[in-house]
Design a protein around this ligand. Structure first.
Ligand code: PNS
Length: 180
């Protein structure tokens, strides 16, 4: 029988409980799931690529059909390289839909054989985004129920002035898009 391999691409800056919820759902319906972190030179991430990778590896350590990887360039090209036939994306609210639809249709135009599958995280995570987690943490709010313990710990370290200048990745501008 054909095995279905999916990629779950994203920024994961930082990974949240919503991401983890989606990974848990995705791994039940796909034979293999690769969490693929985009290396995006246009973004100024809070966490380095290797930090994000480590956090996701710890979060998914118990899931035998889930792996974590990083990629550059087009998602469709990465999917072809790793022989995946599905792109998994989460939709939390109707506001996500327009951006996700555009991306899914563009990806289909670029690679007609690749299907995008949307899944909804648990309702309790429908308001949760990495951007809001970063903001709440930066302003001293409690993020304990929003991210796994390890991520909460890393965020606290980032907010500690002693760790503030620890991020080695380059800076520049942000573009308007869905809050990841
Ligand atoms: O977690 P995010 O930031 O919402 O993830 C967005 C991501 C990484 C899935 C998207 O920006 C992407 O696929 N980037 C790779 C470049 C690409 O393929 N662009 C064309 C998308 S239609």
């Amino acid at each position: 029988m054909k095995r279905v391999k999916a990629i779950y691409p994203g920024s994961f800056d930082p990974p949240t409980n919503g991401h983890l919820d989606l990974i848990e759902r995705g791994r039940k319906i796909f034979d293999e799931l690769v969490v693929a972190i985009l290396r995006n030179p246009e973004k100024d991430p809070l966490f380095s690529l290797s930090d994000r990778r480590k956090m996701l590896e710890v979060m998914t350590a118990d899931f035998d059909n889930v792996s974590v990887d990083t990629f550059d360039g087009l998602t469709v090209d990465y999917a072809m390289r790793v022989d995946a036939s599905v792109v998994l994306r989460g939709i939390r609210a109707i506001s996500d839909y327009e951006y996700e639809l555009q991306m899914a249709l563009m990806n289909r135009k670029l690679q007609p054989g690749l299907e995008t599958v949307f899944m909804m995280p648990a309702e309790k995570y429908s308001y949760l985004s990495s951007r809001l987690v970063r903001e709440v943490a930066q302003l001293g709010g409690n993020i304990d129920c929003l991210v796994p313990d390890l991520v909460a710990q890393k965020l606290r370290e980032k907010m500690d002035p002693a760790h503030k200048f620890d991020n080695s990745e380059p800076a520049p501008k942000r573009s308007r898009k869905k809050q990841s």
